[in-house]
Write a protein that binds this ligand. Sequence first.
Ligand code: PBG
Length: 327
Amino acid sequence: MELIQRPRRLRGGDTIRRMCRETRLSADSLIYPIFVDETLSGKRPIDSLPGQYQYGLDTVNEAIAECIAAGVRSCILFGIPAYKDAVGSSAWDAEGVIQKAIRTIKAAYPDFYVITDVCMCEYTDHGHCGALCGHTVDNDATLELLCKTALSHAQAGADMVAPSDMMDGRVGAIRRTLDAAGFEDVPIMAYSAKYASAFYGPFRSAAGSAPSFGDRRGYQMDPHNRKEAMKECALDVEEGADIIMVKPALSYLDIIRECSDAFDVPMAAYSVSGEYAMIKAAAQAGLVDEYRIMCESALSIFRAGANMLITYYAKELAQAIQKGDIG
Ligand code: PBG
């Protein structure tokens, strides 16, 4: 055979394969989601997310210490409040669960980077992501609630805020609120292309945030759509988003690729609860190799163009990167 091109030449051994890797991963790009429950002391395993826990304010720093030990330097916080009402007022309470969690973490680990999820669904008694008008979420009335919440997070010491509600105009409104209060250096990571996805199921039981009626299709995106994701990202960038996000990740790799090609801001991807739970369940049934599936899934998200990844596997991935199994 006279073959000029033999791609296998570059696959002949571990050293050359690693040399030729096109995608490089770093633990610096991993963000670990942490659930903090205001009424809990100690920590409680989450049934829907094997290996994950809800933490009390007395144990949240254990989660941070584990991140640091694994080489993960950043987290995103989700709160489970002691009380809920129609507008979600515990979300912006200066003594609320997230505000206390931020202060607790920052007191012990001032350099650990704390991002907060900004949304109303964990704090409203109806489980929707904003204030209701009849049976729909009132977009413009919700903006004010989101702004108060984001501001209270910044005042408590959050390094970055991440609005995940999908209201129109929220990035601009939050930017103006933060700037007016002197927090012009707090970046916004916008959940820009956030789809109405069944992959959030395990999260909603973990965070107690399932809607009590209806669904989120009136504000989250229709999974059929691609151009709409570009529009959402463009709007968020215009309104001042520092980082844009696609969520979920694995079923939306095409969107990650397209948005990362089109926009000159860093791209985050969120590998959500259902993605993690599927791998766990398949592995527990003995059907797949969990470690290899975890590695391959994560690197595919970076290969698609993500610059950072929010994942329940952050600690394990950081170790896989350190060992050289990926990245
Ligand atoms: C809050 C929020 C959700 C997730 C992140 N922020 C739930 C939802 O939109 O219903 C999902 C994360 C996951 O599934 O891991 N709105």
